[in-house]
Unconditional design. Sequence first.
Length: 670
Amino acid sequence: MPSASELAWLIPLLPLIGAAITGLGLISFNRTFNRLRKPVALLLLTCVGIAAVLSYAVLAEQLAGAGAREVLFNWASAGDFNLQMGYRVDALGAVMLALVTTIALLVMVYSDGYMAHDKGYVRFFTYLALFSSSMLGLVISPNLLEIYVFWELVGMCSYLLVGFWYDRDGAANAAQKAFVVNRVGDFGLLLGILGLFWATGSFGFEEIGTRLSAAVAGGGLSNGVAVLLCLLVFMGPMAKSAQFPLHVWLPDAMEGPTPISALIHAATMVAAGVFLVARLQPVYAPFPAVQLVIAIVGTITLFLGASIALTQQDLKKGLAYSTVSQLGYMMLAMGCGAPVAGMFHLVTHAFFKAMLFLGSGSVIHAMEEVVGHEPVLAQDMRLMGGLRKYMPVTAITFLIGCVAIAGIPPLAGFWSKDEILGQAFNTYPVLWAAGFITAGMTAFYMFRLYFLTFEGSFRGNDKALQAQLLSAAGKGSGEGSEEGHGHHAEHPHESGWQMAMPLAVLAVPSVLIGLLGTPWHSRFAELLDPHEAAEMAERFSWSEFLPLAGASVAISVAGISLAVLAYYLHRIDLGKAVAARFPAVNAFFANKWYLDAINDKIFVQGSRKLARQVLEVDSKVVDGVVNLTGLLTLGSGEGLKYFETGRAQFYALIVFGGVIAMVVLFSAFG
C-alpha cells in the first residue's frame, strides 16, 4: 500500500477536480447547477475532506520521523536545459497542508450557513475549492517556478472571491486593488526568480542558496547583486503577506464575504508569503542585509497595523489591521533568522484569527436581521453592544480569540508571540522594543473590539444613529446586499449549528496548540528543525525567560486593563483624554497613515494625468503629423493636376522654365 507522502499529489488535485466539475456545470447548465446546492456542497466538502485526511496522514508520517520526499519529472527540456516539476513533502509542507485543509474544511461548513440564501452559493463553493487547491499546490511545490504558477492562481482566486459581490462598487474596487497591488509584488518576484536562475542555473531552494553563496564567495557575482535578487523575490511575500507599503489591499479585501476573510487572513493567501520566506531561508540566511531588511519591514508593519486598528469602527476592518500587525510579527521572526518561531506564530494565529473572523461573520449575520443588509450598519461596532446575552457561543469563542491574540498564557498566542519577541531581543533589541509596545496595543484594541461588540447595551435599534452613520458614509438609505437574510428583528439571534460548530472546533487549538511550542521543550521545533530544537532546549534559561515573558504579559494586561476602564467600566473617556489632546495623531491613525491618499495622489491620479498627457501628445503630435502628411499629399495632388494639360507645347515650356531656373540657381551659388 502506498504511503501518504506518495499520495500527496492528490491533496491539491482533489479540490481541483471538484471545482472543475462544478465550474463546468455552471458554465454549461447554469440554472440546473445553481439548484443543486446541497449536492455541490457535499461534493466539494468531500474533496476537501479527503485532502484533509491525506494531509493528516502526511503530518503523522513526518511526526514519526519520515524524511523529506521529493518526486520530480521533466516537464520541458531543450539541449542541456531540463525544467522539472513535481511535488515535495517535508515537515514544513506537512504542517501547512494540515493547517490549510483544516481551516478550508471548517470555512466550507460555516459557509453553508452563512451563504445559505445567496444566489451565488454554488459559485462561491466552487471558488472556495479552487482557492484551497491553489494554496495546497503552492505548499507542495518543489521549486520556485512551480511556486510561481500556484502563487498566481492564489492571486486569481482572491480576485474572484474578494469581488464575489461584483455588483457592489466597494467589492469590485477592492478586488481590483488587491489584484493590482499583488501584481506589483509579483513583478518583483518574477524578476527575482529569473535573476536567481541566471545567477545559479536552478529553481530549487537549497541549490539556489548553495550556488548563490558560492558565486559570491568565488567573485563570480557581487554581494550587492545577490542582495538585490533576494529582495526582488521578497517583494512577492511583501504583497501577499501585506507588508508595508504593499499592505493596503488587505483591509479593503473585507468587502468579500466573511468566510473568505477568514480563509484569506488565516491559512491561505497571507500565509503564502510567510511560507515562501521560510522556504527561502537557505537563500536569505547567508546575507545579513537581506535579513535586516525583512526584519525592519516586519517591524514597521506590525506597528502600523496595530496603530490603525486602534481607531477602527468597522468590526471586520479592525480584525483586518490586526492581521496586518500579526503578519509583521511573523516577518520580524523571519528577519531574525528564526523561521521556526515565525511559522509557529503563523499556525497559532491561523486558528484564533479564523475563529475571530468567523465570529465577526456570525455577528454581522445576526446584525443584518436587525438593521438590514447594509454593510455600513451591520459591521459598525457603534450599533452593536450587549450581544453576549443574545449570542453566547459567538461571544465566548470571540473572547477566547481575544485572550489568545493578546498573548495571555497559557493560550496559543502567548507562546508563539513570546518566542518571536525573545528572538528579536537577542538579535535586534530596537526592533524588539517596537514589538513589545505593539503587544500592549494589540491587547487593548482586541478587547476594545470585544467590549464594543458584546458588552453594554444593544444599540442596533437606534434609528438616529443609523441615519447618522449612513449620512457619514454618503448613503441616504440602505442599498441592500446579498450578504445575509431575514426580516428586521428587535434583537439578534445566535447563528445556526453550521456557523457555531466551526467556532467551537477552532476554540480548542486556540487554547491548547501553543503548548506544543514551549521554549524548554518545543515539539513544533523538533518537527521542523530538530537541530534548532536541541539548541533551544540547551540554551533555555528560566532567568532569561521569566523577565521577558513577565514583561510581555504585563504590557498585555496593561492594554486589557485600559480597555476595561474605557469601554466596559466607562471610567475613562479616551476621546477626550487622547483624541482631543492629540488630534493630529488621532487623524493620522484614523486616516491609515494617509497611505491610501498618497497612493491615490501619486499612482491613481498620477497615472490618469500621465494618460491624459499621452493622449494629448497622440492627438496633437502623432495625429498632427499623420494629418499634415495627408493634407500635403492632397494639396500637392490638387495643384499638380492643373499641369496635366496634354499639350506638348505646355510641357516644353515647363522644361524650358526649369532649365532657366537651374541656370539662375547655379549662377547665384557658383
